[in-house]
Write a protein that binds this ligand. Structure first.
Ligand SMILES: O=P(O)(O)OC[C@H]1O[C@H](OP(=O)(O)OP(=O)(O)O)[C@H](O)[C@@H]1O
Ligand SMILES: O=c1cc[nH]c(=O)[nH]1
Ligand SMILES: [Mg+2]
Length: 232
């Protein structure tokens, strides 16, 4: 895990050959949806595992079948709220719950409009109560302009003040991180890698394309569907 010099509490995993190999596969345009989703699941699991290393541990005494010994417990691992941002965070969440099996789960939908406004439409918001013992992990693979996450964090904060507020993503553009840190300096950001920049349409470069479409296929507009006849 590498702390980025530009901001407080922003980390990437350029130092992990395994995570970089998974990212390379996600970036490759030849990678199909099945492999893409599997890659996101793996990143959720292994980045979750890295986040556990930043949590407090407590020593406990236990008895093996043979004698008493000391062990540890990662208490914060039991107080997790994962907020999943539809669509693309679904496979990331699947990976995260493998290491945070006690997690309570929030699901929100967020859809980004076109440049230059990038208006965010949030229709579906289901978030559990957040307590001061909780670590909230907001999962969204792509932090581009940061518009989506700013909206999501505003919403999440209405449900309580957590011990830690973590954003977990795959790729981020510096512009998006800057925006989130400006509004929420307390947010900790963990991403597989911080990329170079955004293009004029708000896509991350070199990026991996549209994460939702690559994971689930591009949606079609209903108006392009062939006519079906209705039975009166
Ligand atoms: O930082 P931003 O500029 O706000 O962009 C990032 C958002 O864009 C993508 O979602 P999208 O709106 O494409 O929805 P989708 O997951 O349904 O494709 C991605 O999953 C983020 O939520
Ligand atoms: O590069 C980007 C930017 C926003 N959303 C994506 O899915 N990809
Ligand atoms: Mg999309």
């Amino acid at each position: 895990m590498i702390k980025d010099e530009r901001w407080e509490k922003v980390y990437s995993f350029d130092d992990s050959p395994y995570l970089m190999e998974i990212l390379t596969e996600l970036r490759n345009k030849e990678t199909d949806s099945i492999a893409f989703r599997k890659g996101l699941v793996k990143l959720g699991r292994f980045m979750g595992y890295e986040i556990i290393k930043t949590m407090d541990i407590e020593k406990i005494k236990i008895e093996t079948p043979l004698e008493e010994t000391e062990g540890i417990i990662v208490k914060d691992r039991r107080n997790i709220v994962i907020v999943t941002v539809l669509r693309a965070a679904v496979p990331l969440m699947e990976g995260l719950v493998k290491v945070f099996e006690h997690a309570r789960i929030g699901i929100v939908s967020a859809s980004r409009g076109k440049a230059p406004k990038f208006e965010i439409e949030m229709n579906y918001i289901k978030i559990p109560q957040i307590t001061p013992e909780d670590t909230v992990i907001i999962a969204d693979p792509m932090i581009a302009t940061g518009s989506t996450l700013v909206k999501v964090i505003e919403e999440v904060k209405k449900y309580g003040t957590p011990k830690r507020l973590i954003v977990l993503g795959v790729l981020a553009a510096p512009e998006g991180i800057e925006r989130i840190k400006e509004e929420f300096p307390e947010a900790e950001i963990f991403v597989t890698k911080i990329d170079r920049e955004l293009n004029s349409k708000g896509y991350i470069l070199p990026g991996l394309g549209d994460a939702g479409d690559r994971a689930f296929g591009a949606p079609i507009k209903i108006s392009t569907l062939p006519q079906v006849h209705t039975i009166e």
